[in-house]
Ligand binder design. Structure first.
Ligand code: ASP
Ligand code: MG
Length: 407
């Protein structure tokens, strides 16, 4: 019988302690025993990556990116070695590798490097020797052999990229939830597991706050059409399939609802309304390395206008400093800010053809006396910025209004 390659990725909570590592080892052996070639990607144990980062930040408020990668990549080196030890103890041959050892080459943008090439020679050789290959997720090396990491949640990207390089039959993403849900079940207990979702919807949900998968990994999966199966490492139940758009996926106006509380709003008042001003503001922010999200500029009646935008909480202080500097330079007024905001988004590819979805969203928020601060839309999503204390209320109401729960 011809063997085919399976890639499985296990997230941090799936390998958080010894029992769970043993559980993963057994699960991996079951797959292997079905006569597959098996490549397993692991994240760091539990909260290891956060803990490592916290230690560094105790030593320096601004540690060098290269040293952070050297540090943060160690979490995955521990988990891949432990999993390999566990599998060998169960009587099967396994071998663990770092990203560099399996030829994952990246550019040198430390802490969020891009994979450039993968030379899978070493993996293929080990598979030919009938070994289970365990790869440390989230990392690669530059041409100078410096260790890089692929951005938080980057083990997903390692798995997808390996699935592409090895031409794998399946890429399974094992996590601590049973799949992708219509919304966070901790907020709405009636939230339903989605059976099938298309790449575009998943990409949008991941970018707008769904935590299950790294957005960049979905981008890559979409580009190379690698179907993903997101499922629980604690149950045998089928999870959610993420696939390319086709007639087999029922088109719905709203597939899911996400939120992101980790954003803040900045407003520059009385900005001179003339060509080149917006460009100056956002060039300054870009130079400071700040990723601006939603931008709203009001129509001006007086040759002065207000410009508001949102930024991730993590760069808020940096953003305020940069904004004040540029606002002074262009002769604008006060800089206001609000950290108590949240973004609530509805996502669904059916929005392209259904009308009235935005109206229904705004109406639902109005019925619940929730004020909308800013609005932005994409082809398949609508987001509203609201006061963060109404986030759960908004999500519950929208989930109900769009009939997403178990009936
Ligand atoms: N351990 C890394 C993180 O926590 C990478 C990953 O889990 O995918 O972000
Ligand atoms: Mg993760």
């Amino acid at each position: 019988m011809e063997k085919y390659i399976v890639v499985q990725k296990f997230g941090g909570s799936s390998v958080a302690n010894i029992e769970r590592i043993q559980n993963v080892a057994r699960r991996v052996m079951e797959t292997k025993n079905k006569n597959n070639h098996l490549v397993v990607v692991v994240s760091a144990l539990g909260d290891t990556t956060d803990d490592l980062e916290a230690m560094a930040l105790k030593l320096s408020s601004n540690p060098p990116d290269r040293e952070m990668d050297m540090l943060m990549s160690t979490g995955e080196q521990i988990s891949c070695a432990l999993l390999s030890i566990a599998i060998n103890a169960l009587g099967h041959k396994a071998i663990s590798f770092t990203g560099g050892q399996v030829g994952i080459r990246t550019d040198n943008t430390h802490t969020k490097a891009r994979i450039e090439t993968i030379d899978a020679k070493r993996i293929k050789k080990a598979l030919d020797e009938n070994k289970i290959v365990i790869v440390a997720g989230y990392q690669g090396v530059t041409d100078d052999d410096d260790i890089t990491t692929l951005g938080r949640g980057g083990s997903d990207l390692t798995a997808v990229a390996l699935a592409k390089t090895l031409n794998a039959r399946v890429c399974e993403i094992f996590t601590d939830v049973k799949g992708i849900y219509t919304t966070d079940p901790r907020i709405v207990p009636e939230a339903k597991k989605i059976e099938t979702i298309i790449f575009d919807e998943m990409l949008e949900m991941a970018s707008l706050g769904a935590q299950v998968m790294q957005a960049r990994s979905i981008e890559v999966a979409k580009r190379f059409n690698i179907p993903l199966h997101v499922r629980s490492s604690f149950s045998k139940e089928e999870g959610t399939m993420i696939v390319k758009e086709n007639e087999k996926v029922e088109e719905v106006a709203v597939r899911g609802i996400t939120c992101n509380k980790a954003e803040a709003k900045i407003t520059i008042c009385a900005v001179p309304d003339k060509p080149g001003v917006a460009s100056k503001i956002f060039t300054e922010l870009a130079k400071a390395g700040i990723n601006v999200d939603m931008i709203v500029q009001n129509v001006s009646h007086t040759k002065l206008t207000d410009i508001s935008f949102t930024v991730p909480d993590a760069v808020f202080n940096k953003a305020i400093t940069a904004t004040k500097k540029i606002s002074h330079k262009i002769g604008a007024g006060e800089v206001l800010s609000d950290e108590n905001i949240a973004r609530v988004s509805i996502v669904g590819s059916g929005m392209r053809s259904h009308s009235g979805i935005a109206a229904k969203m705004f109406q639902t928020l109005a019925e619940n006396k929730i004020n909308i601060d800013m609005i932005s839309t994409s082809e398949i999503s609508i987001s509203c910025i609201i006061n963060y204390k109404f986030t759960d209320k908004a999500i519950k109401a929208l989930h109900k209004k769009f009939n997403l729960g178990n009936s």
